[in-house]
Write a protein that binds this ligand. Structure first.
Ligand code: NCD
Length: 307
């Protein structure tokens, strides 16, 4: 397998590459139980995070991952930089190129920006989320978390609930789940369901039909209010009643012993309650921990073009 330069989406990865990244994350995760959690793998390399959109966990997850591989980590402060003064993405890339960065982790509200950057630099580019398009490291960490639970995912059913329309997580995670043989269903109000979805994905408009489908795991999404141009629903309370994981629905989850996932950040009282956050079978913290191991494995698997 020839190492690739960039990670832009799941669709461009071969099955072999997906397996390679997931398998190699296992020994990286084992490191976390040691007092010294660092290996010299990327010593002398530099990773830069370039976030044009705010991020809570993804950026720090990449930074922790890179430092555990002994890479140097720098953050390009978009707010304070000349980007707000109108510098184009390409000009920024020229600057980064001159700095001889090895890996750049990009998040942007516009789909396709990481691809544009990747075509214009020898640096390895990792997409940390572009618009509604893709979030490949989230998908890989979700797949890793699911594989920890069920080593063979074939035939397992994942129900993804919430704002599918604006979710790069829904697109990338459902893609990797199908590649690993899982069955995928979406549950969302009509206003948050994409007009076109792959025919293999089941579509539900209410929880009752979704429960009848007997999912093995429920994956909640945040409503992406920042991407909505008009109100998607009368109120957050109304959304919670119809589509959220209410206490009654949490009881069903518990009775069926189903695990719960969420990429974060959560909106308490909208898609999830305090009780949901404390649910004993929640995998949300596993997703966070696994995110570091999987991102270490991604950095390890990529090769920047030589100088
Ligand atoms: C997601 C994102 O930014 O796409 N979060 C994340 O990566 N942790 C999902 C979201 O913002 O709701």
């Amino acid at each position: 397998m020839t190492p690739r330069k960039d990670l832009l989406d799941i669709a461009s990865l071969s099955d072999e590459e997906i397996t390679f990244i997931l398998d190699n994350a296992v020994p990286f995760k084992d490191l976390f139980r040691r007092s010294v959690k660092k290996v010299p793998t990327l010593k002398g390399r530099t990773m830069l995070t370039l976030f044009y959109e705010p991020s809570t966990r993804t950026r720090s997850s990449f930074e922790v991952a890179a430092s555990r591989l002994s890479a140097d980590v720098t953050h390009f402060d978009v707010e304070a930089s000349s980007i707000v003064k109108g510098e184009s993405v390409i000009d920024t890339i020229d600057t980064l190129e001159a700095m001889r960065i090895d890996y750049v982790v990009v998040r942007h509200k516009q789909s396709g920006i990481p691809n544009l950057i990747a075509r214009n630099t020898r640096t390895s580019v990792i997409n940390a989320g572009d618009g509604w398009h893709a979030h490949p490291t989230q998908a890989l960490l979700d797949a890793f978390t699911l594989r920890e639970r069920w080593p063979d995912l074939a035939g397992r059913r994942i129900l993804i609930v919430g704002d599918i329309q604006h979710s790069r997580v829904a697109r990338s995670t459902s893609h990797i789940c199908r590649r690993l043989g899982m069955q995928v269903a979406y549950l969302a109000p009509g206003s948050l369901m994409p007009r076109e979805t792959p025919p293999e994905i089941k579509i539900f408009g209410n929880w009752s039909d979704a429960w009848d489908w007997t999912p093995d795991v429920v994956y909640l999404l945040r409503v992406q209010s920042e991407r909505l141009t008009e109100p998607f629903f009368p109120s957050a309370a109304e959304y919670h009643r119809h589509y959220g994981l209410t206490d009654d629905r949490l009881r069903i989850l518990d009775q069926r012993a189903l695990p719960l996932m969420h990429p974060g950040p959560v909106n308490r009282g909208v898609e999830i309650t305090d009780a949901g956050m404390n649910y004993s079978r929640s995998l949300i913290n596993d997703q966070v921990e696994n995110g570091i191991a999987v991102r270490m494995s991604v950095l390890y698997s990529l090769r920047p073009e030589p100088l």
